[in-house]
Design a protein around this ligand. Structure first.
Ligand SMILES: [Fe+2]
Ligand SMILES: [Fe+2]
Length: 244
């Protein structure tokens, strides 16, 4: 089921993936996001977790993210155009790190620190699965090989959500605190995602990945108007939590 916002985003992605340059830009950005500092979080969490079963989950999670970065990088290279470094202002994880006061860079100590880190990873995974579902559909029509890569990564991210639930619950002082943290981080992430999306749209238009005539202008106006009308771009996980 695709809502209005997702439908517009899918249209945006379909335009982006029409050209090798657009595909390479998207995939390179994903490769960068997958390798963007989370490794430090896994290291820091591991030093605070002594349950062998949970340690195994964290090790697997870390290995998956390293592999995802490689898979997205290879898919970007396959497009056959030069790759450029991702501009700093388009990095969602960095934006989130600044907004929360440095979850990537601050030391993680104690049970609460582990819970907060894994709730943050949970909201990142929630966004990833939501985005990758749309991305797979966009790629399916023009580059089925990459669509298969996105689908396999998306399945991993869904498994990571189970790790996030297990570890954040295990280290939460109580369920109310975990839920309050989850709600707060989802809001923070949705704000960062909205800002990053706007910056991304401006960048891709300026670089000509997404140029066009009246239809594009119409699309751009609608997306901005929709964003303002509908409030923050929460994922379906937030809506499901509200309905529960
Ligand atoms: Fe990943
Ligand atoms: Fe993940």
């Amino acid at each position: 089921m695709t809502n209005v916002r997702d439908g517009l985003q899918l249209r945006y992605l379909r335009r982006m993936v029409k050209t090798p340059a657009g595909r390479a830009f998207l995939l390179n950005q994903l490769a960068d996001a997958e390798s963007n500092g989370e490794n430090q979080v896994f290291e820091a969490v591991l030093s605070n977790v002594d349950d062998p079963a949970l340690q195994k989950m964290i090790e697997k999670h870390r290995a998956d993210e390293v592999r995802h970065a490689q898979l997205y990088h290879e898919a970007a290279v396959r497009q056959g155009v030069p790759l450029e470094p991702v501009p700093a202002h388009l990095k969602l994880i960095d934006r989130l790190d600044r907004a929360v006061g440095g979850f990537l860079t601050q030391p993680i100590t104690g049970a609460r620190g582990v819970m907060e880190a894994y709730v943050m990873l949970q909201v990142i995974e929630e966004r990833a699965t939501s985005q990758f579902t749309l991305l797979e559909r966009a790629f399916r029509e023009v580059d089925p090989q990459t669509a298969d890569v996105v689908a396999s990564i998306c399945a991993d991210e869904e498994r990571h959500l189970l790790y996030c639930h297990a570890i954040s619950k295990r280290y939460a002082p109580d369920e109310a605190t975990r839920l309050e943290t989850l709600h707060r981080y989802r809001e923070l992430e949705a704000r960062c995602f909205a800002e990053n999306s706007e910056a991304l749209m401006q960048h891709t238009q300026a670089r000509g990945y997404f140029s066009g005539g009246p239809l594009v202008k119409w699309f751009w106006r609608n997306l901005q108007a929709l964003g303002r009308r509908q409030g923050l771009p929460y994922t379906a996980y937030f809506a499901a939590a509200q309905a529960a």
